[in-house]
Design a protein around this ligand. Structure first.
Ligand code: FES
Ligand SMILES: [Fe+2]
Length: 364
């Protein structure tokens, strides 16, 4: 028998959604036999790769006495805790060795587990599935990790990121807030506050989210104007899906651009925006990826600076407003979250807050 001392886990009331995949690190951040630390939803993680490259994620805490496993040794097969040398197979978390045991001990080593998380690599990220219980490994298999949609065998792909000093909700509603564009993202190649015009778009419900129906993109954006060189009709489609993903797909005949922006909770008051984009447009152009990154980094930097300033305001807990229609997507996000949590609580199918196609109007 093992004696376990457990503190009662507190019900999470931090407004963070469990039961989803989150990107913990970029693939390139985990090399060889390094043990890397990461944090998701306030859970400290240790992430590494087994000898054949397969990524793993465990709670960065030894089940014996809480030593961070990231302080231990990893030989490509088992992680050895630095305190008493217990060894764990990191994909399953199963204990393989307790050096202090003698032939007199009855303890079944293989019944002891460190908390291992489902872990998959996709689009250059190491994704970790955070199940409903932060303390217990999940029972059963999670769905596959999210994948960026791509539409031809050859494409370029890039990834950018920025940390934001705020709760993930503020990052997410910033992500689908159409009205900040002309003020925050002023640039000759995007739009200026003088280019504001009235917009009308049809939104429709999709599982766990909503979609802006495919439409011709804003005439007031230079990026879309560039695509005009292909002489084909351009359509763009934007989706938001719980817990934190915004997909944008631009199609122009056989040419396409696809992006996914996720806002991932690191703790209750820090998050990270990860932008992953792939495309086959302008493939003839030299230095397309660094050039694209230059613009995208400037764009994300504008959001980052804005969120840093907003965080200063939010520190004093002001009351906030969400207005129609420009803030309707933000309201839907909160309603989707509430509906998701309610369906978890009752075990009933999720009641989608959006009944059918809805046209929203705003100026941006
Ligand atoms: S704390 Fe890890 S082996 Fe004791
Ligand atoms: Fe923005």
């Amino acid at each position: 028998m093992t004696d376990t001392v457990q503190s009662t886990p507190r019900a999470p009331d931090d407004g963070l959604l469990r039961g989803f995949w989150y990107p913990a690190l970029r693939s390139e951040e985990v090399r060889g036999r390094e043990l890397r630390q990461a944090m998701l939803l306030g859970i400290p993680l240790v992430i590494g790769r087994k000898a054949h490259g397969e990524a793993f994620a465990m709670r960065d805490s030894c089940p014996h006495r809480g030593m961070p496993l990231s302080a231990g040794q990893f030989d490509g097969d088992t992680v050895e805790c630095s305190y008493h040398g217990w060894k764990f197979e990191p994909k399953s978390g199963q204990c393989r060795e307790i050096p202090s045991l003698t032939a007199h001990d009855k303890l079944k080593v293989d019944r002891i587990f460190a908390h291992a998380f489902p872990c998959e690599e996709q689009d250059g990220y190491i994704w970790v599935y955070v199940s409903d219980s932060a303390r217990q490994p999940m029972a059963g298999e999670p769905p596959p990790a999210p994948k960026l949609p791509t539409f031809s065998p050859r494409y370029r792909i890039t990834r950018l990121w920025a940390e934001l000093p705020c709760h993930v909700d503020h990052g997410i509603i910033g992500l689908m807030d159409p009205a900040h564009g002309p003020f925050v993202h002023q640039a000759w190649w995007w739009r200026t506050r003088h280019s504001i015009q009235e917009k009308e778009k049809v939104f429709e419900p999709i599982p766990n989210g909503f979609r802006i129906r495919a439409h011709a993109p804003s005439a007031n954006s230079a990026f879309y104007k560039l695509l005009g060189v292909y002489g084909q009709p351009i359509t763009t489609r934007i989706e938001f899906v719980l817990p934190n993903m915004r997909f944008e797909e631009i199609r122009c005949g056989p040419k396409w651009f696809s992006s996914r922006t996720t806002v991932t909770p690191i703790t209750a008051d820090r998050c990270r925006i990860d932008f992953c984009a792939a495309w086959n447009v302008f493939s003839w152009m030299p230095f397309m990826v660094p050039l694209f990154n230059l613009f995208a980094r400037a764009f994300i930097g504008q959001d980052q600076r804005t969120m840093e300033q907003q965080a200063r305001g939010l520190r004093h807990n002001p009351s906030l407003m969400l207005i129609d229609d420009a803030d309707r997507p933000a309201k839907w996000y909160f309603q989707l979250k509430a509906a998701y949590l309610e369906s978890k609580r009752t075990g009933q199918p999720m009641q989608h807050p959006i009944e059918g196609p809805t046209t929203l109007h705003w100026r941006s």
